[in-house]
Ligand binder design. Structure first.
Ligand code: SAM
Length: 274
């Protein structure tokens, strides 16, 4: 067996709380928007991995995602990475030809020749300091193929609402594309409900003068201005508020296939060098 290309493990153990189907809506978002990435089979991408970083005390979410994402590509290899050894041992019996579990950190435990098309890291960075976020993204990104994606976010305990960063690997840079807000409408609709699940790079930035503060204030105003749409249902109101945000000049994706499923994507790109 070749040796893993890592000497030390980057990161620290955090609480392992997870739940069955907690990340179903993350997978569904990827199936809707990233089909071409999931299916890519050109020379660079053939056999490249999807990584679930920090799957927690039980490997449910990794196994569920493997099954869901294989609807797009039945041959997709899935690697669950955990920094806590007992959680890796607990997952080991669930491994098969296409699904594996390894001990590791932000510097992914890859064998020579392995490559990564997609990393999902949910409810991991929220337990780190804000100052650690950019470095963790950059370390993760170094393992991702150019054109590949990192989706990094925070959810509530059952995944009913979440917010995630969308990070795209370019040749020598990481493009921070923007934010996805997701709800299944079980908790009604109010833009403020997303504030407790903002990812670590935004949660402490709900302050006047910060872009996330201005965006959330604009969304609250947009929701008030479109409240008449509530009569036709929460989904219609949600979509109308997103259109109102777009009218204000925010680069919000107004495709019905996203909005009616509860996804607001706000593109606010900037570049991080690698
Ligand atoms: C709250 S659990 C999240 C479980 C699952 N992703 C979910 O959303 O339900 C966070 C897990 O991330 C793991 N973790 C923290 N830092 C990590 C790192 N740098 N690399 C790999 N795993 C990490 C912790 O050990 C913990 O089990």
């Amino acid at each position: 067996m070749p040796r893993l290309a890592q000497n030390t493990i980057d990161g620290h153990i955090t609480r392992g709380k997870t739940a069955r189907n907690r990340l179903r809506r993350v997978d569904n978002f990827l199936l809707i928007t990233e089909g071409p990435l999931l299916r890519r089979a050109d020379r660079a991408f053939a056999g490249s991995l999807v990584v679930d970083l920090g799957y927690g005390a039980e490997p449910f979410t990794t196994l569920e995602s493997a099954a869901r994402l294989r609807r797009a590509n039945p041959h997709l290899p899935m690697l669950g990475v955990e920094i806590e050894p007992e959680r890796v041992a607990r997952a080991a019996p669930y491994a098969d030809d296409l699904t594996t579990f390894r001990l590791g950190g932000f510097n992914l435990p890859l064998y020579p020749g392995e490559s990564v098309r997609l990393i999902r890291a949910f409810n991991v960075l929220r337990q780190y300091d804000e100052a650690d976020v950019t470095g963790a993204w950059q370390t993760l990104a170094r393992s991702v193929l150019p054109g590949g994606l990192i989706i990094e976010g925070t959810s509530d305990p059952f995944g009913q609402i979440w917010v995630a960063n969308l990070l795209r690997r370019a040749t020598a840079a990481l493009i921070v594309e923007g934010l996805i807000f997701s709800t299944n409408f079980r908790q009604g609709f109010d833009p403020a409900m997303f504030q407790p699940v903002l990812p670590k790079n935004h949660i402490h930035r709900m302050l006047p003068g910060e872009p996330i503060f201005a965006f959330m204030a604009a969304w609250k105003q947009a929701a008030r201005a479109t409240i008449a749409h509530r009569e036709w249902g929460l989904r219609q109101w949600y979509a109308a508020s997103a259109h109102a945000l777009a009218d204000q000049g925010y680069a919000v994706d107004t495709r019905p296939k996203l909005l009616r499923r509860g996804y607001v994507v706000w593109r606010d790109p900037h570049v991080l060098r690698l």
